[in-house]
Write a protein that binds this ligand. Structure first.
Ligand SMILES: Cc1ncc(COP(=O)(O)O)c(C=O)c1O
Length: 360
């Protein structure tokens, strides 16, 4: 179904997903751009899993609003609305998947605690959810992580640890997991995470049943895999389009290669979208359901951020502006006059970064 998937055909696998997802990706996973072992299939997460996730998590979370904007409609040439995940607990959609995963821990796993790696928002989601379910959380982050995200993770009660780069982080996470028996929760390549993020798709469908194109920012691919599943399993006629920064694209080249590959470079203002490697489960789901993945520049993301602030008074982080950038530039390929929904995925902007992108 994917417009960028030139491989033709799905991976067919039989492996148990939670077990595969519990494995910390090794520094070499995807590094040589060779096909990953076929360990996942798009049907490994079902719409029933998504409904169950909604029932499990929504008693604790906000149902975020869908807001239209006349000016953004005019500027995009579509009937435009924003799904405002910046208003979710912890300031991003990440809390949905994190809570869905942590609410399914057994007593022994809960007693030991969880470990994850994150650019910041997933770490906040895990830290918040860990506090809710009463378990310990350790979050490894790159040394350059946004300070306000680090502070929030600590304020929710999790332990924040740092390493210079993702390869080192993965090694340290694996080591720490072995030593303490923590459960690893991937930021995106995990059936429980995908099912939790998919609840965003259910809500969009309820609030905008006449939507024609849903545009979603893409990092590792958990959000778009979930939203595409939540929508397309019920309404295959709706287009779902992903957006990556030009300076940090992994999902588009992975679809072109037919297997998850590594980012060639990670250089973007959108720290939330700077995933170093695509997921295996997410790849299978995205290949099956997603119509296209397009690229936007940092300049286009920054323009979208200021346009959103100007027109809706909502301050988003750069990752949260990427989908709107693709609609403003016409790259999302939405039909003129059709109903569109742009997923405003998070609002945790770094005040120091904000100063550097102020319009001159
Ligand atoms: C604000 C924001 N938007 C989008 C994404 C992308 O999500 P995913 O990695 O599931 O594709 C992230 C990931 O951290 C994020 O923090």
């Amino acid at each position: 179904m994917s417009a960028v998937n030139t491989s033709g055909g799905q991976q067919v696998g039989t492996t148990n997903i939670p077990a595969a997802a519990d494995k910390v990706p090794g520094p070499d996973d995807g590094a040589r751009n060779e096909p990953a072992a076929p360990v996942a299939h798009w049907s490994d997460v079902t719409i029933e899993d998504v409904f169950a996730a909604r029932d499990r998590i929504m008693p604790f979370l906000h149902r975020t609003p869908l807001r239209s904007s006349a000016t953004l409609s005019r500027m995009t040439g579509t009937e435009f609305s924003l799904k405002i995940e910046a208003f979710q607990r912890t300031g991003s959609f990440k809390t949905r998947g994190a809570l869905n995963a942590l609410l399914q821990l057994n007593d022994e796993q809960k007693a030991r605690g969880v470990i994850t790696l994150s650019a910041g928002n997933h770490g906040q989601g895990i830290a918040w959810a860990a506090r809710e379910v009463g378990t310990k959380a350790v979050v490894y982050m790159p040394e350059g992580a946004v300070p306000t995200k680090v502070e929030a993770i600590r304020n929710y009660g999790a332990e924040a640890r740092f390493a210079p780069d993702m390869d080192t982080i993965r090694e340290l996470v694996a080591e720490c997991q072995r030593e303490h028996g923590y459960t690893f929760i991937s930021p995106y390549d995990d059936a429980r995470i995908v099912a939790g993020q998919a609840v965003v798709g259910l809500e969009i469908l309820e609030d905008a049943p006449d939507v024609e194109t849903v545009v979603v920012p893409v990092g590792g691919g958990g959000l778009i895999a979930g939203i595409a599943l939540g929508i397309k399993a019920q309404r295959p006629d709706i287009r779902v389009v992903g957006v990556e920064p030009e300076g940090a694209t992994v999902v588009r080249p992975s679809l072109q290669a037919g297997h998850p590959v590594r980012a060639e470079k990670i250089e973007t203002i959108a720290d939330g979208l700077a995933a170093p490697v695509a997921g295996v489960l997410t790849q299978a789901i995205i290949e099956h359901y997603v119509d296209d993945v397009v690229l936007v520049s940092d300049e286009e993301i920054i323009n979208a951020l200021w346009t959103i602030l100007d027109r809706t008074k909502i301050l988003v982080e750069p990752a949260g502006a990427a989908a709107t950038a693709a609609l403003l530039t016409g790259k999302a390929g939405a039909r003129k006059g059709s109903r569109t929904v742009s997923v405003l995925s998070g609002g945790n902007i770094d005040p120091a970064k904000l100063k550097t992108i102020l319009p001159g």
